[in-house]
Ligand binder design. Structure first.
Ligand SMILES: Cc1cc2nc3c(=O)[nH]c(=O)nc-3n(C[C@H](O)[C@H](O)[C@H](O)COP(=O)(O)OP(=O)(O)OC[C@H]3O[C@@H](n4cnc5c(N)ncnc54)[C@H](O)[C@@H]3O)c2cc1C
Length: 470
């Protein structure tokens, strides 16, 4: 049998969504897979729990599905009938201006009059197509510099900064435009303008790979997605089995793992490492080592810390209609929180009758010190800000906190260095593949799609590489 047609034996290390989607794609391609997970469950931060009648998400709350590939994967996982789309009201988003939630414009006409921007700032933004390209398109520019240059400082403060806080828990003054928002940079390069680029894209992308944008979860929350994967990968998944060491031998990679007090080993043709970068230096290497310092330097890739404060209130205690997805806070507005999601507006069954659930994010690279506060202080910070913003003058009926010391990897200016390390490690160690959100993008849909991409990468390596003929 030729190397290209032989099904391979593959180890996938880490059973977050990256490991699960990669293992599923590899298994679907006919390979024999084993998934090693150090924790006692799969899913990483994706976990749905029930407490006192509230259904909580311990990490992500929704998937923004935009491509046919992700829609097809959900279907293949048997999830199509279990999808719950966010309520229509969630199409409205609030951003705080002068201490008050202000609806984001939902049409170009509304954008021309939005109170989020001053008349001068709106006029400045209208001239975006006339702003020249950057002298050197290869320069690694901060998102803040890019947006200010093209659209003006108020667009940065009131339209970009709050979203970057909400999605990346990050800071546009540090994030790299080309790494964190490559599409914007590409539109500037190809169309000379992000507005023109976006319009062109809209007109030309009625093609194959796109599907209507859907903001969704599942009947039992996002944990349903993890269950669907683990049902299909039941015999492949080994929890409580951390990988300790990787040893190159004549037949491939010997994966040494911990099982209770014992260390065991098993040989695989290839290994996909989907663990976070900060877990990489704990792995020992034998007979083949990554390039000097590459793992240590890669492990310094910054992550934003973030805490999630879940609060439940009596509906009658909240004056705001909560008619939207949630509210995001620009840095210049000086609040403690990054933003809050109106969970029971999106998904009405997430709180007991007569109650509402709000999920509030605190910390990020904007205010990392807040993540160290004790539980009571976090609840007080959230209640103080939500009280001001949403007219709540009562104590919460329910509170629960989830903490992440390293929530989201940050693709900051200088990220090229980390990408170079990733490429060097893979080039140096044939049969070792890196994957995970620091490698493939931070959103769950990106990581779902990456699984298929990694299966193709393996096939390309089989076709072009000699790692099978060690
Ligand atoms: C609070 C929060 C909110 C978010 N909100 C959203 C959202 O609304 N929408 C969205 O699309 N995305 C969101 N994200 C981002 C998204 O959830 C993550 O990017 C994604 O879940 C990361 O998946 P991963 O598999 O790459 O990493 P992880 O889930 O971290 O998986 C890595 C796994 O490796 C295991 N591991 C580590 N070391 C070893 C070892 N030596 N051996 C074996 N296993 C090991 C870990 O236990 C872990 O299970 C959010 C993230 C957070 C934290």
């Amino acid at each position: 049998m030729s190397p290209s047609s032989r099904p391979l034996k593959i180890a996938v290390v880490g059973a977050g969504i990256s490991g699960l989607s990669t293992a599923f794609a590899l298994k679907s391609a006919g390979h024999q897979v084993a998934i090693f997970e150090s924790g006692d469950r799969a899913g990483g931060p994706i976990a749905s729990t029930e407490k006192e009648g509230y259904r909580l998400e311990e990490g992500p709350h929704t998937l923004l599905v935009r491509t046919r590939a992700v829609a097809a994967l959900l279907d293949e996982l048997g999830l199509t009938d279990r999808i719950v789309e966010a309520n229509d009201a969630a199409s409205r988003r609030y951003v705080v201006k002068n201490g008050r939630p202000t609806a984001l414009p939902s049409s170009p006409a509304e954008a021309l009059t939005t109170p989020l921007l001053s008349p001068a700032a709106r006029l400045r933004a209208l001239f975006e197509p006339l702003v020249g390209r950057f002298d050197d398109p290869h320069i690694d520019e901060t998102l803040a510099h890019f947006v200010t240059r093209r659209l003006g400082p108020e667009v940065l403060d009131y339209l970009v900064d709050p979203f970057v806080g909400g999605i990346w828990a990050g800071d546009p003054h540090h994030l790299s435009a080309k790494h964190a928002f490559p599409t914007l940079v590409e539109w500037e390069e190809t169309a000379g303008s992000i507005v023109v680029g976006a319009i062109k894209k809209m007109l030309t992308s009625r093609g194959e790979e796109k599907t209507p944008r859907r903001l969704l979860s599942f009947d039992k929350g996002l944990g349903t997605l993890i269950e669907a994967f683990t049902d299909r990968l039941e015999s492949e998944l080994r929890v409580n089995t951390p990988i300790r060491k990787l040893r190159r031998d004549d037949n491939g990679w010997r994966v040494i793992y911990q099982l209770g007090k014992a260390r065991r080993g098993e040989t695989f043709d290839a290994v996909f490492l989907t663990i976070p970068v900060h877990a990489l230096p704990d792995l020992e290497w034998e007979n083949a080592t990554p390039p000097a310092n590459s793992i240590e330097e890669l492990s310094t890739l910054p992550y934003a810390p973030c805490n999630l404060v879940h609060l439940g209130f009596l509906r009658e205690d909240v004056q705001h209609p909560l008619d939207g997805l949630g509210v995001l806070i620009p840095r210049v507005e000086n609040f403690h929180i990054l933003g809050s999601l109106f969970i029971s507006t999106m998904f009405p069954d997430r709180a007991p009758e007569g109650h509402v659930q709000l999920a509030t994010f605190i910390g990020g690279t904007r205010q990392p010190q807040h993540t160290e506060a004790d539980d009571q202080t976090l609840i007080e910070m959230a209640c103080l800000d939500l009280g001001r913003l949403l007219g709540i003058d009562a104590d919460p009926q329910f509170a629960s906190i989830t903490r992440y010391e390293r929530a989201i990897p940050q693709f900051e200016v200088g990220h090229d260095v980390y990408r170079d390390h990733m490429s060097d490690i893979e080039a140096h160690l044939p049969g070792i593949f890196l994957a995970g959100n620091y490698h493939d993008g931070i959103s769950v849909p990106d990581l779902l799609e990456a699984g298929q991409h990694h299966a193709s990468r393996l096939q390309d390596a089989i076709n072009t590489n000699d790692f099978l003929r060690r």
